[in-house]
Ligand binder design. Structure first.
Ligand code: AMP
Ligand code: MG
Length: 488
């Protein structure tokens, strides 16, 4: 047996995707870059992946920039379609190169993808490149999400290319090394259903089931069971987003994975004050993907997924539609169960009581009314602190608090026990937009220290060292509202 850690930087590629029909991917020519340099390497993740960390850091820049291909790499871009803000388009990896599926010793498979490595057959008018700032942003936020216990793709490295890229200004080009359970998306199935034959769609579905839900191979109706599983994962994922005030910003069907991992940190951002209508993305003019709409939009995406599976669910179209319909109708209640179970825990309610949903909703309404910061309010409650914030001063809060305390006592636990649980699920810090922007800006200008400190703080979001208190602060009142941008 080969020694995985010394050869090929420890990458051990087995490329199962290549067994799918050719129409699902395209081989990509290498795009050599001027002067690749690794700016960030996620050593913890590299170790977990059993990579040769030191060799990768010293000599891996060419590989991580997509200038050189390691042994046994797949070197492909994947085909997919998708509904972008409700409109169906053919897409595909226009600026990403799947170098291969890395398999660890315990047989876990990870896609290793280079984002921003140059043009592919799906680039259309784009240059296939990415700017340093947005790649730093994806690195920081995806790692923060992981630390917040949200399923997500991970970031292994950010590598600069030494080449300028041209947008409304000139930026430094960079490549993000993304690690994912797979890059199969709802949009991959829409592509198969729209542009391929039934046999190809079936091969894709069987492939996805084998890769992510192998237990379903024996199910009576494998494809209906597959729909149910993906629905369940997505419902759980969006509940996870709601728990921490995460707004994805571009929940197009091509950005929804079959594995249930969060993917594509373009215009995403975190909500400070609790407001269900919060939107940050400059291109989301109709607030389609606002915080409060996210669950509904995930349900909409699942309905698109169901449509693409119809030919497999049943030979009779009407029967297939009926079965799929029955399944997708369950999305709201499955989501609500995940959501209220999680929110119950966030409020230290360790048993289930019919009145719990009301208590959760009442607190959120109080936050909204008093423009309270979502994260800080929940954390203050978890530490049994009442600040001079308006939400805690309002008489209605006093009434709510009495009901809540009675509820905690009734479950047979002490307040102390409830607070312990609350502190383990209510973060002290989240990636606050003004801090993330400052960290990225200073990094791009050459001072990496603020970014590295923020990254370190966000890697341990349920604990805070006293000297890091500033990371819990909101932007000043005179800070202009945060706006995020896509595809930069
Ligand atoms: P995203 O908004 O990042 O999910 O991207 C949507 C689609 O646009 C995907 O097909 C991307 O591959 C493609 N795309 C985004 N930026 C570029 C770029 N600079 N060059 C080529 N394609 C791109
Ligand atoms: Mg995308």
């Amino acid at each position: 047996m080969k020694n995985h850690t010394t050869e090929n930087f420890g990458f051990h590629f087995e490329n199962s995707y290549l067994q799918l029909p050719n129409e699902f991917y395209s081989k990509v020519q290498l795009n050599s870059v001027e002067e690749p340099a690794i700016l960030l390497l996620n050593r913890t993740l590299a170790k977990q992946l059993e990579l040769n960390v030191d060799a990768l850091f010293k000599e891996g820049a060419q590989v991580l920039a997509g200038s050189q291909i390691p042994k046994n790499a797949a070197q492909i871009a994947q085909a997919y379609a998708g509904h972008q803000f409700g409109h169906f388009n053919m897409l595909g990896d226009g600026r990403a190169l799947l170098i291969g599926e890395h398999v660890t010793k315990n047989n876990t498979r990870f896609d290793i993808q280079l984002k921003g490595s140059g043009r592919t057959p799906y680039s259309r008018g784009g240059d296939g490149r990415a700017a340093l700032g947005p790649m730093l942003r994806e690195f920081l936020i995806s790692e923060a999400m992981f630390a917040l216990h949200v399923p997500t793709t991970r970031s292994l490295a950010v590598t600069t290319t030494g080449e300028p890229i041209y947008r409304e200004q000139v930026y430094e080009g960079a490549v993000l090394t993304r690690v994912a359970a797979s890059h199969l998306r709802v949009g991959t199935f829409q592509y198969a259903a729209s542009f391929c034959d039934r046999e190809a769609l079936k091969e894709l579905a069987d492939y996805a089931i084998m890769r992510h839900y192998p237990q379903l191979m024996q199910a009576e109706n494998r494809y209906l069971a597959f729909l149910e599983e993906v629905l369940d994962r997505q419902a759980s994922l969006v509940a996870n987003w709601q728990f921490i005030g995460f707004i994805h910003g571009v929940m197009n069907t091509d950005n929804m994975t079959i594995s249930g991992e969060t993917i594509d940190y373009g215009p995403c951002a975190f909500m400070d004050r609790y407001d269900r209508s919060t939107v940050f993305s400059s291109i989301d003019r109709e607030s389609r993907y606002s915080y409060g709409n996210q669950p509904q939009m995930a349900g909409w995406n699942i309905a698109r997924f169901a449509e693409s599976l119809l030919p497999l669910i049943h030979d009779d179209v009407d029967e297939a539609i009926q079965l799929a319909q029955k399944t997708i109708e369950q999305f709201p209640s499955i989501y609500e169960t995940y959501y209220y179970n999680g929110m119950r825990e966030k409020l230290g309610m360790l048993t289930a009581d019919p009145g719990d949903e009301g208590l959760v909703d009442e607190l959120l309404a109080l936050m909204e009314e008093n423009e309270a910061d979502y994260t800080n309010t929940l954390r203050a409650l978890s530490e049994n602190k009442r600040t001079d914030e308006a939400v805690f001063q309002s008489p209605k809060f006093g009434e709510w608090e009495q009901k809540w305390l009675t509820r905690i006592t009734q479950q047979g636990s002490t307040l102390e026990e409830a607070l312990q649980v609350m502190q383990s699920v209510n973060p002290v810090v989240i990636p606050r937009n003004h801090q993330v922007e400052h960290a990225i800006q200073t990094f791009v200008e050459g001072d990496t220290a603020p970014f590295m400190e923020l990254l370190q703080v966000l890697t341990n979001p349920f604990h805070l060292q006293p000297e890091h208190k500033k990371y819990t602060q909101l932007p000043n009142d005179d800070t202009p509202p945060f706006v995020s941008y896509c595809g930069t």
